[in-house]
Write a protein that binds this ligand. Structure first.
Ligand code: SF4
Ligand code: SF4
Length: 494
C-alpha cells in the first residue's frame, strides 16, 4: 500500500547510492535501511516553495567535470584532447576561416555508431508515434516496479501531506512570459543525449505561414517578454532570421539556442554578426570545458569548433561587461547523475575557458538530463533506466516546483502544435485545448494533430492558455530533482 510522504525515511533518502534497492519505504516497498526517523526532516516538514532546501541524497556530483568518464563503444579521436590543448599553455587563438561543414563527419559517425543504427532500425520498423509510446511505457514500467505514483499524484499527495490543502494550481498555466518555438529538427550534429532526435537527416522545419502566425500571437501577448528560438540548430532553419528580427522589432528578448558549430557551417558566415547586430541572447551547449568529454557527447571536432565560435562571439562583444550582448553556456551531465551545483561549476568553467582560450561568457546553466528520446535509449542500453528514475524521485525537491518552466511558457513545434514544454513536445504530449477559443476557420493549415490538441491556429494570444492544466508524465521528475532543471538552468539555488 502506498504511504504518504510523512513516512519518508530520512536515512534512506541519504543513502546516496544509485541502485533501486535504496528506494525509500514511501514508494511502496520494503525499506532496506531500517526504521524511519520521525517526520521532522527539512525535506518533509514544509512544502515551502521558496526557501526549503532538502538534504538531497545524490546531489553530490563533483565540479571537476573533466574527470567524469563514460565508456563508449567507439573510442573518441585523440587528436583534440583537452590535455593536448592545455599543454600549449599560451592562449590558443583559433581562426574561423576555411572551416568545412561538420555534416559529413556527423553522418560518418552516425553510420559507425551502433546505438544510432539500432534506433534508426526501430524507427523504420515501428514509426515515430509507436516508438514514442513504447518509450513512455518503459519509463512507466520502471516507476511501477519501484512502486512510485505518477508525477501528478505524487505532487498532489506531497502537497496535501505538507499543507493539508488540495493542490489545484501548481500544475496549471500562470501568466505566460516565454514563447518558445522549436523551429526545426535539422542539425549539423547528432549528439548522443539529444532529446529532440535531431541530426543532419532530419528535414522538418517551420514554414512562413506558421512563423507569421506565431509572430501575430507574440504581438498580441504583452506578458511575453522572451521569444526563445530552439531546434535542431535554429540558425539552419529558413525562418530563423525572420522570427529573430520580428521578436526584436517588438522589443522582446530573443534567445538563440545555439550549438555553436552551426555558426561555422558554409552559408552561415554572417550569422554571428546578425546575432550581435540584433542584440540576440545566445544560449549555447557546452557540456564540459574538456575536449574529450564534449566530443564524446556531441561528436568529434565539436569542441574545437565550439571554441572558434565562442572566440568569434567574444570578438563581437558577447560576454563582455557593458556590451549588452549576453552569452550563456549550458552544462548537462555526461551520464546518469545529477548536475553539480551551478554556482561553483560556473566559476570552474570561467577559469578553465579563460585560461586555455581567453573565452568569456556571462552565466552557466546546469540542466538535468531528462529521460526523453536518445537519453532514454542511452539508459535502457546500459540497463540504467530504473536506477536513474529512482534517483530522480529520491532527489525530489519541493522547492523546484514553483520554477517549472511549463508554468509560464508556451512551446510550439515546427508544425504549429502547442505543448507545455519542449520535452512534452518530443513525447507527443500536447497541451490541453483551451475551451473558450475556436479554430481559425481561415487558417491555411488544418490542425496538424488531427484535432487532438491545440495549435497556434487555435489561439490569438498567450492569455488564451492561462489556467489550463499542464500535461505531465514520468519524465517530469527530472525537472524537480536536485536543484531543479529548466531551459534557464537550475530553478533553485543550493
Ligand atoms: S543536442 Fe542540440 S546540437 Fe545536439 S543534435 Fe540535438 S539539437 Fe543538435
Ligand atoms: S517535463 Fe518539466 S517542464 Fe515539462 S511538463 Fe514536465 S515538469 Fe513541466
Amino acid at each position: 500500500m502506498l504511504r504518504l510522504p510523512s513516512s519518508i525515511c530520512r536515512r534512506a533518502l541519504r543513502g546516496g547510492t544509485l541502485t533501486s534497492g535504496s528506494t525509500p519505504e514511501f514508494w511502496g516497498r520494503a525499506n532496506p535501511h531500517g526504521p524511519c526517523l520521525p517526520p521532522t526532516s527539512a525535506f518533509h516538514t514544509h512544502l515551502n516553495l521558496h526557501n526549503s532546501v532538502p538534504d538531497l541524497p545524490d546531489f553530490n556530483t563533483s565540479v571537476d567535470i573533466h574527470e567524469h568518464k563514460l565508456a563508449r563503444p567507439v573510442k573518441p579521436t585523440q587528436s583534440t584532447t583537452n590535455a593536448q590543448l592545455q599543454k600549449k599553455k599560451e592562449r590558443v587563438k583559433l581562426k574561423m576561416a576555411k572551416m568545412d561543414s561538420l555534416i559529413p563527419e556527423t553522418l560518418r559517425e552516425m553510420e559507425k555508431d551502433e546505438e544510432f543504427k539500432i534506433t534508426a532500425q526501430k524507427l523504420k520498423e515501428m514509426g515515430q508515434a509507436k516508438l514514442t509510446r513504447e518509450e513512455r511505457k518503459k519509463k512507466q514500467r520502471a516507476l511501477d516496479h519501484l512502486g512510485i505514483p505518477s508525477f501528478r499524484d505524487f505532487l498532489k499527495r506531497f502537497h496535501h501531506e505538507e499543507t493539508g490543502e488540495k493542490c489545484n494550481s501548481l500544475l496549471r498555466k500562470i501568466e505566460i512570459e516565454i514563447l518558445q518555438l522549436n523551429i526545426g529538427l535539422h542539425c549539423n550534429q547528432a549528439c548522443n543525449h539529444c532529446h529532440v532526435e535531431s541530426s543532419p537527416r532530419r528535414k522538418e522545419m517551420m514554414d512562413r505561414e506558421t512563423a507569421e502566425k506565431c509572430m501575430a500571437i507574440l504581438e498580441s501577448s504583452p506578458s511575453v517578454h522572451t521569444l526563445d528560438l530552439t531546434g535542431g540548430a535554429p540558425e539552419l532553419c529558413s525562418q530563423f532570421r525572420y522570427l529573430a528580427s520580428e521578436g526584436r522589432r517588438m522589443g522582446r528578448e530573443v534567445i538563440d539556442r545555439c550549438n555553436l558549430t552551426a555558426l561555422l557551417e558554409p552559408g552561415q558566415e554572417d550569422t554571428a554578426e546578425f546575432l550581435a547586430k540584433n542584440g540576440i541572447t545566445v544560449i549555447a551547449s557546452l557540456p564540459c570545458y574538456s575536449a574529450k568529454n564534449v566530443n564524446i557527447q556531441r561528436g568529434s571536432q565539436v569542441f574545437q569548433r565550439s571554441m572558434v565560435a565562442l572566440q568569434t562571439l567574444n570578438d563581437l562583444g558577447y560576454g563582455h561587461p557593458d556590451s549588452g550582448l549576453e552569452i550563456h553556456l549550458v552544462y548537462n551531465p555526461l551520464g546518469a547523475f545529477l548536475p553539480p551545483p551551478q554556482g561553483p561549476l560556473e566559476q570552474k568553467y570561467k577559469e578553465e575557458l579563460d585560461e586555455a582560450f581567453g573565452i568569456k561568457f556571462n552565466n552557466l546553466y546546469t540542466i538535468t538530463n531528462i529521460p526523453v528520446k536518445r537519453f532514454t535509449d542511452f539508459l535502457v542500453r546500459r540497463n540504467e533506466l530504473e536506477g536513474y528514475m529512482d534517483m530522480l524521485v529520491r532527489n525530489f525537491n519541493p522547492a523546484a516546483v514553483e520554477g517549472l518552466m511549463c508554468r509560464n511558457t508556451i512551446n510550439v513545434g515546427w508544425d504549429g502544435r502547442i505543448f507545455d514544454c519542449d520535452l512534452n513536445q518530443q513525447l507527443d504530449l500536447q497541451s490541453r485545448r483551451p475551451l473558450n477559443v475556436q479554430t481559425d476557420a481561415t487558417s491555411p493549415h488544418p490542425i496538424p494533430s488531427g484535432g487532438k490538441g491545440p495549435s497556434v491556429w487555435d489561439i490569438s494570444t498567450a492569455a488564451d492558455v492561462i489556467d489550463l492544466g499542464i500535461v505531465t508524465d514520468t519524465h517530469c521528475f527530472g525537472c524537480t530533482a536536485g536543484s531543479g532543471s529548466s531551459c534557464q538552468g537550475a530553478t533553485v539555488s543550493l
